[in-house]
Design a protein around this ligand. Structure first.
Ligand SMILES: N[C@@H](CCC(=O)N[C@@H](CS)C(=O)NCC(=O)O)C(=O)O
Length: 230
C-alpha cells in the first residue's frame, strides 16, 4: 500500500509526520497543495481543511498527532514514544507545547512592526526558558535529544520550530536563545539529523522569505532595509 503525505511546503505539522515516517524507515510519497487555493478533492477529504493528511489506500487520516499515533501503532519498529506511560504522557504534553510555540512563531513572523515583533519575541523566550528547564541534565553533547540518545516525537515536533529560526536569525538577533545552552545544543543536533533535513524541500528558506514579504512582516521590512534593526 502506498502512503501519501498530503503536504504544504512550509507546514511544520507536515514536517512532524515526514520526520516520523523517515525515522521509522517507512516509504511514502508527498503531494503538495496550495493552501491559498485548496483543490476541491482536498477539501472533500480534509475535515478541517488542513494539512497534513495521510492517505493509505482508501483511508485518509488527519491531524498530525493522530497520524503519528497511527504510525506508532501500525509500525512498532523504531519506536518514537517512550515505553513508560508517564514518560509518554509527558512527551505528549511537550508536543502540545511545541504547537503552542508555533502559535507564537506565527505572531512573530507576521508581526507588522518592531513593537509587535518584540512582544512576540519575549513570549517565545518564555517558552524556550521552559524548554531549557525540561531538557535533562547529563552528558548532553553526546546524548542530545529530548529523551537522551533516542530520537522521539518531541524531537520531530521541535525540529520544525527551530527551523524557522535558521531563517529568522539571519535577518535579526532577537536574543531569544541567549544563554539557553541546552536548547542550543538540542537545536544543533536536530538540524544535523538527516530525517529533519529531508523533511523540507531545498527552497524552504526562499519560500519562507516569500511568506514574510506577502504578510508585509516586520522581519521582511528588515531584509529590505525598510525598518530599523532591533
Ligand atoms: N492541529 C493540526 C494543525 C495543522 C495545521 O494548522 N495546518 C495548517 C498549515 S501548517 C493548515 O493546513 N491550515 C489551513 C489553512 O491555512 O487554511 C495538526 O496537528 O495537524
Amino acid at each position: 500500500m502506498t502512503l501519501t503525505l498530503i503536504s504544504h511546503h512550509l507546514c511544520p505539522y507536515v514536517q512532524r509526520v515526514a520526520i516520523a515516517l523517515r525515522e521509522k524507515r517507512i516509504a511514502f510519497e508527498q503531494q503538495y497543495i496550495d493552501l491559498a487555493a485548496k483543490p476541491s478533492w482536498f477539501t472533500a477529504i480534509s475535515p478541517l481543511g488542513k494539512v497534513p493528511l495521510l492517505r493509505l489506500g482508501d483511508e485518509v487520516l488527519f491531524e498530525s498527532a493522530a497520524i503519528c499515533d497511527y504510525l506508532e501503532d501500525a509500525y512498532p519498529d523504531h519506536p518514537l514514544h517512550p515505553a513508560s506511560p508517564v514518560q509518554r504522557a509527558k512527551h505528549r504534553g511537550w508536543i502540545e507545547f511545541a504547537s503552542a510555540t508555533l502559535a507564537d512563531i506565527w505572531g512573530f513572523e507576521t508581526a507588522p512592526d518592531a513593537v509587535a515583533a518584540q512582544r512576540k519575541a519575549a513570549a517565545l523566550r518564555v517558552k524556550f526558558l521552559h524548554v531549557e528547564k525540561a531538557l535533562r541534565d547529563g552528558p548532553f553533547l553526546n546524548d542530545p535529544f529530548f529523551n537522551g540518545a533516542a530520537f522521539s516525537l518531541v524531537d520531530a515536533a521541535f525540529a520544525p520550530v527551530f527551523r524557522y529560526f535558521d531563517v529568522f536569525d539571519v535577518i535579526a538577533d532577537f536574543g531569544i536563545f541567549d544563554e539557553l545552552d541546552r536548547v542550543q545544543i538540542w537545536r544543533a543536533a536536530l538540524a544535523s539529523r538527516p530525517s529533519v533535513q529531508d523533511a523540507v524541500t531545498p527552497d524552504y528558506a526562499a519560500r519562507l522569505h516569500l511568506f514574510l514579504a506577502k504578510h508585509r512582516a516586520y522581519l521582511h521590512q528588515l531584509t529590505e532595509g525598510m525598518a530599523t534593526n532591533v
